[in-house]
Design a protein around this ligand. Structure first.
Ligand SMILES: O=C(O)CCC(=O)C(=O)O
Ligand SMILES: [Fe+2]
Length: 237
């Protein structure tokens, strides 16, 4: 099996960037293999890998739980953070320019993290989430501090339709002065979804406007669903 770095290097990033730019999200098929997904699920019960566990109900975030990895991150997660960042940073920078925001993101993920750390955002944000029957995740944006990278990635670690039913990944678009549009995705085990954390710029007759986007998970009808989120900025707490 190819290393993750080689697998990521072999993807057609021009097409991925174009889809991401146009829709605010894109699914890349078969990025993690079964063993990698299963390994991440098995690791969920190894307390030493994680810095914090959140019971979602307690904060009214939904129903389910998640755990943030601690540093040093598993090498698989670290590789995704470094490599995917480099490929998608140009989209983030284009979005900033089109939205008229002065910010430009650095070329490497290491530089992004050093900006976070200078701002006291010291804690890693990659996480594993677990939902049981009736579990869900309310629509939200993962911002975590003033310094944030506007794109993130998600893997569903087990198989929709076999290991669980329901539990679709939902991305809403709030179009200014109109009703919201919902995109419903059912990624297969190991697919990588790359999506906007907060907005995407859309060209209108008077220049670009921002479509605010949020994501969440619809209630599970049965089974158990595990997912892994990789966010590129670090958190204040
Ligand atoms: O479980 C999911 O599919 C969504 C997780 C999530 O909100 C995230 O990774 O930011
Ligand atoms: Fe999220």
């Amino acid at each position: 099996m190819e290393s993750i770095a080689n697998r990521l290097g072999a993807l057609d990033w021009n097409i991925i960037r174009e889809d991401l730019h146009r829709k605010g999200f894109v699914t890349v098929k078969n990025v993690l293999n079964d063993d990698e997904c299963n390994g991440l699920i098995q690791n969920y019960s190894t307390a030493s890998c994680y810095r914090k566990t959140i019971l979602m109900e307690r904060y009214r975030f939904g129903l389910g739980e998640y755990k943030y990895f601690s540093y040093p991150l598993p090498s698989l997660v670290q590789t995704f953070r470094e490599q995917v960042y480099q490929h998608i940073a140009p989209v983030a920078n284009q979005w900033m320019r089109e939205a008229g925001i002065e910010k430009q993101f650095p070329r490497t993920h290491a530089e992004m993290i050093s900006q976070c750390h200078q701002n006291q955002q010291l804690h890693p944000t990659p996480l594993i989430l677990k939902y049981g029957k009736d579990g869900f995740n309310t629509l939200h944006q993962d911002l975590y501090g003033d310094i944030y990278f506007p794109i993130q990635i998600l893997f569903v670690l087990n198989q929709a339709g076999r290991d669980f039913t329901g539990g679709e990944f939902v991305i809403t678009e709030q179009i200014p002065r109109a009703q919201s549009k919902a995109n419903v995705l059912s990624p297969d085990k190991g697919d990588m979804v790359i999506f906007t954390t907060s907005f995407r710029p859309v060209r209108g007759s008077k220049g670009f406007y921002r479509v605010n986007m949020k994501h969440g998970v619809s209630p599970l009808h049965s089974g158990e669903r595990y997912s892994m989120g990789i966010i590129f900025h670090d958190a204040l707490s």
